[in-house]
Design a protein around this ligand. Structure first.
Ligand code: URA
Length: 434
């Protein structure tokens, strides 16, 4: 097969066959196709698109380009949850224990990621002693005995995506629905769960800014997951302002613990009970979505979700006492306050700008080699719609470096708009695609 012919076919608007797509992925992963030819194909795809069948073939080939986890030895319907990423999104840390407490095993491989804060594994590493680098056998054993585990995604999962994403990033070919769908879903499908609930974010702090784009991505991912034999659903949820009040690593774990104790912020509590409710339903432990929500709620009220979280932390070497003693988390040496310089309402709180401020405080990475400061981040005192008086505390910045704290504070100030009127309320959950 001549790779130039494949480029030419897509350039001229043709539909690639399964064989051509599989050849591209296996030869590119093996280093037999140079980056300049792969880039040319990516640009042709960017302009001409992939249909859903081509996207399915691409996803499947990418999934098989690395290790594919086999979780079949773990009894029950294993359910995974994936968020397309947002500011202050710590729902996995709430939802996974609620599901496990209701008998739904959660085996989660999670990335570290670039951006506003660390990924879920960075956040968990804020717990003293917590290990995220487990072998497959230990990972499965913990899911079997404790009901849940969260580990760092192995470099061998969807190996082609690692290489291709890096190439897309530097060739301006990230923003294509077929390429985005195959990139996300190849990793999810290789992680081995039986069912996947997606949380596709929309709004200023989201990868997909408009509801229309978020809906399209959700529909494509649900379709590709189903074609691959998985039970699927996608929630489309708001990311206009940050989720909850805490943005950071240890800061977010503390807020997740508060939510499991029944005293978390309203938005994170509501989203967690709905996502967990759906996962409990799709995982076969409730006969309807509503019953799943009731079960998730009960796991907060009766403390079983929190007990589940403690057992999971202990199983991975962490100190479960952090659920009762927040001083055991890494502490920031610098704390700065942002005060309102006028009265009215918070008429906007830009999630993306809060995320940038969090990154500047040290909580997130700009380059993948960067360390994250586990104690750094932001706690918001006021959110969109809240009334404010001059001098009220809007937010606190936590850091371990005076310069970083000041830079974060300056950016954070620009995230808040104080006006005479509250903003129009946006739904927390726009729709659920099944
Ligand atoms: N996240 C991914 O993992 N892949 C993409 O292509 C876009 C976002």
């Amino acid at each position: 097969m001549q790779f130039k012919d494949i480029i030419e076919k897509k350039r001229d608007g043709g539909k690639l066959s399964r064989e051509e797509i599989e050849y591209f992925i296996s030869a590119y992963t093996a280093g037999d196709i140079p980056d300049y030819q792969a880039s040319a194909l990516l640009m042709a795809v960017y302009f001409e698109g992939l249909d859903r069948e081509e996207t399915f073939y691409l996803t499947d080939a990418m999934k098989r380009s690395g290790d594919v986890a086999d979780l079949s030895a773990i009894p029950g319907i294993k359910v995974d949850k994936h968020s397309t990423g947002g500011v202050g999104d710590k729902t996995t840390l709430v939802v996974a224990p609620l599901c496990a407490a209701c008998g739904v095993p959660v085996a989660k491989m999670s990335g570290r990621g670039l951006g506003f804060t660390g990924g879920t594994v960075d956040k968990m590493e804020a717990i003293p002693g917590f290990r995220t680098a487990l072998g497959q056998q230990e990972f499965e054993e913990i899911v079997r005995s404790v009901g849940m585990s969260v580990i760092g995604q192995s470099a061998h999962i969807a190996a082609a995506d690692k290489k291709l994403y890096a190439l897309r990033d530097v060739t301006a070919t990230v923003e294509n629905i077929g390429l985005i769908t195959s990139s996300i879903m190849s990793k999810k499908l290789a992680s081995g769960s039986d069912a996947i609930v997606l949380d596709v974010k929309t709004g200023r702090g989201a990868f997909m800014k408009t509801l229309e784009d978020a809906r399209q991505l959700a529909e494509w991912m649900v379709d590709i997951g189903k074609r691959s034999g998985k039970k699927m659903a996608a929630f489309i949820t708001d990311m206009e302002q940050p989720l909850g009040n805490g943005v950071g690593n240890s800061i977010e774990v503390m807020e997740a613990i508060d939510t499991l104790k029944g005293r978390g912020p309203a938005d994170i509590t509501e989203l967690s009970r709905q996502l967990a409710g759906y996962m409990i339903y799709i995982g076969g432990q409730a006969s309807s979505f509503e019953e799943g929500i009731e079960k998730a709620e009960r796991s907060i009220k009766d403390g079983s979700g929190l007990r589940q979280f403690r057992a999971f932390v202990e199983a991975q070497g962490g100190d479960p006492a952090i659920t009762e003693d927040p001083s055991l988390f890494p502490q920031a040496s610098v704390v700065l306050e942002l005060k309102a310089n006028g009265g009215g309402y918070v008429s906007a709180l830009d999630a993306e700008t809060v995320g940038k401020a969090s990154q500047l405080s040290g909580a997130g990475r700009a380059k993948k080699e960067d360390p994250v400061d586990l104690a750094a981040g932001i706690i918001l005192g006021k959110k969109a719609g809240d009334p404010v008086k001059e001098g009220d505390l809007l937010a606190r910045v936590y850091a371990n470096d005076e310069g970083k704290a000041k830079a974060a504070l300056e950016v954070l100030e620009s995230a808040y708009v104080i006006g005479a009127e509250p903003p129009e309320t946006r739904p927390l959950i726009f729709e659920i695609i099944e």
